[in-house]
Design a protein around this ligand. Structure first.
Ligand code: ASP
Length: 308
């Protein structure tokens, strides 16, 4: 399939959940900044891979989101981060899971893809690799925000708290970006702090290829967010990429979310771009924060409310 024009595409999300009204402005500003800072590079000829890494780094540095700085705390009050990046030209990907003390896990994921014979590094091994690759190891408190510390204190000993519940009622601000460059290549990156009060060592959908992200130039590229334990059961991103073959972009995204809901009672959202360069998005959470560059380069931002 050929895309329709040479104008590059970029779409980002800042999580799908019941985003409270007083958080909307920060979410909109965050996703807008990611597109604003990255899209000009795509217009100048940057690769889709560079663009998704760049956009996700903007979002990881923004304490609004559950990725990099501002991530949720796990059950013992620590930050553990997951990230993935995938190249639609080659199907190469790199990922990290349960990585601590690094602001930009997406950058480490890219190094895993490009500098190792592996696809996924976890925990202490991932941190060791990040150090050896020149990433700055931060003291744990550098990634911690007062907001997350306060939330952790509230839920720490609450026997009724369930990690999947927040996608309806509370936080879930994973970030992701999907890009198509001037050459028509696709790439995706997704990054997260996972779910609140997760068990130490818990790995969500984000760094699992096909679940939190997938990119294949022949089909499209997709980044997912939401309740990871459900998303990985239906390989949500790959499911949407497969659906791009037969359905138009928006319908494919909708089909993926319908599968998530119908088969595993899941909650989440997806953004994507098909091989023709058409944008796609859908979610079954109350809201999803997203932004994309229109073909003319104007930036569209929205906190999308569920319509079905
Ligand atoms: N999908 C992420 C996870 O389960 C969380 C999120 O999207 O906010 O780790």
């Amino acid at each position: 399939m050929q895309k329709q024009s040479n104008s590059p595409r970029l779409i980002v999300h800042g999580g799908a959940w019941n985003i409270p009204a007083d958080y909307h402005a920060a979410h909109l500003a965050g996703v807008k900044a990611a597109v604003e800072q990255t899209y000009p590079h795509l217009l100048d000829g940057a690769s889709a891979l560079d663009a998704v890494e760049m956009a996700v780094q903007v979002l990881e540095a923004d304490p609004t989101f559950d990725a990099g700085r501002g991530a949720f705390l796990n059950a013992v009050g620590e930050v553990e981060l997951d990230a993935i990046i995938m190249d639609g030209r080659t199907l190469n990907f790199g990922a990290v899971a349960a990585l601590q003390n690094i602001l930009h896990p997406v950058g480490v994921a890219r190094q895993v893809m490009e500098q190792t014979e592996h696809n996924l590094l976890v925990g202490a091994g991932a941190l060791d690799f990040a150090r050896r690759s020149g990433f700055n190891e931060l003291p744990p408190e550098e990634l911690l925000t007062e907001r997350e510390l306060e939330f952790f204190r509230q839920i720490q000993n609450d026997p009724a708290f369930r990690t999947h519940h927040p996608f309806k009622e509370g936080p879930g601000d994973t970030v992701g970006a999907v890009a198509m460059d001037k050459a028509g290549n696709l790439a995706v990156a997704t990054s997260t702090g996972g779910t609140a009060r997760k068990l130490p060592g818990r790995v969500g959908d984000c760094p699992i290829v096909g679940a939190g992200a997938y990119a294949d130039n022949e089909r499209g590229a997709v980044s997912a967010t939401g309740w990871g334990e459900s998303i990985m059961k239906v390989l949500l991103s790959k499911t949407v990429c497969d659906a791009f073959a037969a359905a138009d972009a928006m319908a494919a995204a909708r089909q993926g979310i319908d599968t998530l809901a119908r088969k595993v009672n899941g909650l989440g959202g997806v953004i994507g771009i098909n091989a023709k360069g058409e944008y796609a998005w859908a979610h079954n959470t109350p809201y999803m924060a997203m932004a994309y560059a229109e073909t003319e380069g104007a930036i569209k931002i929205s906190i999308r409310a569920r319509t079905n």
